[in-house]
Design a protein around this ligand. Structure first.
Ligand code: GLU
Ligand code: ZN
Length: 294
């Protein structure tokens, strides 16, 4: 079998060590399972993406030596998202939500992870809303996907089996936000289907999204699930996630300071506890080290 994996950075900043570790995992998985590699620039949120960061992604990957087979950028795919939204509307799986941030916080419980679990207030009110409110489409609202209330069993190659119900984790979630931007959850599902992604390797900070993405992909008609692997994140000396400041430190700042790609591979593998010291290593060797762990 051959398949396709993606590396999907968001151009809301320059690439940092966390991205580099992710890329190493993606390229290692591609080598191990003989997959094509797709670069997806996740600029679904036009209010946060910047052209300089988009160019930066391509330049940094080239400098580091990461080669890929194909590329897409979400901002060029509006029609694909429109069509997918239409499909959900035809199945009556979407409704507008007019709740403000304040209302959302006040009226809904939070999960263990601190996420708001939306109780479907606007879904329940759809029938009772007065049609004379001509403002129904103009008042600020997002569009929510009606999450099926069921447990999803899924498997992560590294973390094992999960049994999760997204209705209880977050409830119906937005696919188009109040500023008319496609959300990450929606764009990523449409793309993973449309771009025929078979393997999803990404940081374990996004693991919570998986069950809801499976639910949404199923609603969009995908029958075969991708293979999932959520990799460990870089931690600091106290085993804490990298701070905002450390994450703001970009690979190109290192480059400008005369640091080589090999030095960065050595450093990132060491910080991820994949090696015992931070001596510089070649890209192929960093990839081999990670392949051993998959
Ligand atoms: N764009 C996301 C990020 O940069 C990754 C999304 C994914 O791999 O599903 O964190
Ligand atoms: Zn609402």
């Amino acid at each position: 079998m051959s398949g396709k994996i993606r590396f999907a950075p968001s151009p809301t900043g320059y690439l940092h060590e966390g991205h580099l570790l992710s890329a190493l995992y993606v390229w290692a998985a591609a080598k191990k399972w003989n997959l094509k590699i797709h670069l997806r620039i996740e600029d679904h949120d036009q209010s946060r993406a910047r052209p300089a960061y988009i160019a930066g992604i391509r330049e940094d990957l080239a400098w580091l030596g990461f080669k890929y087979d194909s590329e897409s950028i979400q901002s060029a795919r509006g029609q694909v998202y429109e069509a997918a939204l239409q499909k959900l509307k035809e199945k009556s799986l979407v409704y507008p939500c007019y709740c403000s941030r304040k209302q959302l916080l006040a009226e809904n419980p939070q999960s263990e992870t601190g996420e708001i679990v939306y109780q479907g207030k606007c879904f329940k009110e759809v029938g009772s809303r007065k049609p004379e409110v001509g403002s129904i489409d103009t008042a600020p609202h997002n569009l929510r996907f009606i999450v099926p209330n069921k447990f999803i069993d899924w498997h992560d190659l590294r973390l094992g089996d999960f049994h999760e119900n997204p209705k209880l984790q977050c409830g119906d979630f937005p696919i188009l936000d109040r500023d008319n931007q496609w959300t990450y959850q929606f764009a990523v599902c449409v793309d993973d289907i449309d771009e025929q992604i078979t393997h999803i390797v990404r940081g374990e900070d996004i693991r919570n999204s998986t069950a809801r993405q499976i639910a949404l992909m199923e609603a969009l008609g995908r029958t075969e699930r991708p293979v999932y692997l959520h990799h460990p994140l870089i931690v600091d000396a106290n085993n804490k996630k990298l701070s905002k400041r450390e994450l703001a430190h970009s690979l190109r700042q290192d480059k400008e300071a005369g640091i080589t790609p090999e030095m960065l591979f050595g450093r990132v593998c060491y910080k991820a506890h994949l090696t015992g010291n931070d001596t510089p290593i070649a890209l192929v060797d960093a990839i081999s080290i990670i392949m051993e762990t998959l």
